[in-house]
Design a protein around this ligand. Sequence first.
Ligand SMILES: [Zn+2]
Length: 261
Amino acid sequence: MAWLKLTGKALYLMKSSSDRFIDSSSASSSFGSEDELRVSIPLQWFNGRDVPGTLIVNLTSDEPLPVDDSENRQSNQSLNGQVIVLDPGHGEVEAGVNDPGAVNRGLGRTERDEVRKQADLIKAELESKGASVKIVENNTGKSLGQIGSEGAGSNCFISLHLNAFNGDAQGHEVLIDTDGTAKNERLAGLINEELDRQLDIRNRGVKRQGLGVLRGVPRSVPAVLVESFFIDSVRDAGTLDRLIGVSAKAIATGIERFLVG
Ligand SMILES: [Zn+2]
């Protein structure tokens, strides 16, 4: 039976009778509270053979190493054969015209660059479970409809965005098209639920909105647009990095639950 190990950095799902971990969930400081750590226990840890039986807390020990890749692949290949298309939003919308999306001027960081990093993290997470992941690079002047059409033949299409408003609002939301299907709603609901479990920010819920990029996706392919948080309200670079990392993990988990469940 697997076991859990909690350190100051993360909660680890440890391989049975081993000091190597199978999966991990990062601990993060709660918003506005530096002396409190939060860590979410991924639901999928309770689905497989390696259900955790014991929690060991050792805040001073070194972080464990992952199990070998070959072992890891055997332990969870739940997404074998699944194809996922990720669309990090904004970028070069036509030759020479570069759209940064939402901007945090104080930190000099843009939505375009952050969601591109987020896409790489989601891709790595899903590929570790056997999925094929395609990232639609937004540097080729494609129209929103053309970007959406890249979802053809895949099992789901996820457009990645960050919000901005008045430098104060914060929260996550997942959007589906105004005439989105029940499948779109289920996918959006699962991703939003994971964001709610893993990010300590307001849950703005699942919403319907007319969205050109989602309209371009063939109707048979579940498609959602994720607004993980408001980039303009983030106060420091470390928090922004953490929000990107944690939201990427949450989105990957939501996708996995949708495709496996
Ligand atoms: Zn955007």
